[in-house]
Design a protein around this ligand. Structure first.
Ligand code: 1GP
Length: 252
């Protein structure tokens, strides 16, 4: 079964899915390996590994080390083509559709595609939408792209529909790592009712309530990273994952 299908199954089985984002540049190896090791037992659906850029870590070595401690799908969430490595299972093949910067719309993708083929990674085509979050996030700064205003639901919905019509498999509503204001529940509802492409939501989600509300609004998957850079307690991980799995929570 493809990694993409596994991710979709989380929605149909549990009502939603939870992806843990590990940034090897921002947390110590000891910590991200501890989280990766515990993730399966905490019922995480997959591990994303990525960084806005790489200053400290050896990215390929970090992905290899994560893969060695878990059976969960390990999916690259690339900040650039320097983060393509055969040690992962799949890669979110993102295009920054909400921006108008050709580097992140198509140029990086053309350079990265042969490397992905060579690495034998499953590409998961993903329309990536930056949503205004109240603070300047790394991805906004690095891409130089203006985010979609967080009250302009119809703009987000039109971009999601474009991603769907372009044949992409997910649309990712991204407030940015450490966002002060996460993507609004109303925006997710609007996107989910207007387009039929599965939705990933991330950026600034810290509480079970925030996670549950986004799944309830129509997100297939939520992504949480920053929270565990500051507080890597596994009880929190369990709570957040349970909030992303409403069907399972009801049955427990
Ligand atoms: C960032 O959407 C992800 O690209 C997750 O955001 O790090 O704020 O959880 P956080």
């Amino acid at each position: 079964m493809s990694i993409y299908q596994r991710l979709l199954n989380s929605k149909s089985r549990y009502g939603g899915g939870f992806l843990l984002l590990l940034d090897p540049d921002r947390i110590e190896q000891r910590e991200y390996l501890r989280l990766a090791e515990a993730a399966q037992e905490c019922r995480v659906d997959g591990i994303l590994v990525g960084s806005s850029f790489v200053l400290k870590s050896n990215f390929a070595q970090a992905v290899q080390a994560i893969k060695e401690v878990t059976d969960l799908p390990v999916i690259i969430f690339p900040g650039s083509i320097t983060q393509i490595t055969h040690h992962a299972d799949a890669i979110l093949f993102t295009s920054l559709l909400s921006g108008r910067n050709p580097t992140y719309l198509i140029d990086e993708q053309v350079k990265g595609a042969p490397l992905i083929k060579q690495a034998g990674l499953e590409p998961i085509p993903t329309g990536y939408l930056l949503i205004e979050s109240g603070n300047l996030t790394s991805v906004q700064y690095m891409s130089g792209c203006t985010p979609i205003p967080n009250s302009k639901y119809e703009i987000a919905a039109a971009h999601a529909l474009a991603a769907q019509y372009l044949g992409m498999k997910f649309v990712y509503l991204e407030a940015g790592s450490g966002a002060r204001t996460p993507v609004q529940v109303e925006m997710i509802r609007e996107v989910a009712s207007y387009a039929s492409i599965p939705i990933i939501v991330g950026g600034g989600l810290h509480s079970p309530e925030a996670v549950a509300a986004r799944i309830d609004a129509g997100a297939s998957l939520v992504v949480v990273g920053n929270h565990f850079e500051n507080d890597a307690r596994l009880t929190h991980l369990r709570e957040l994952v349970a909030a992303a799995h409403p069907i399972q929570s009801v049955n427990v």
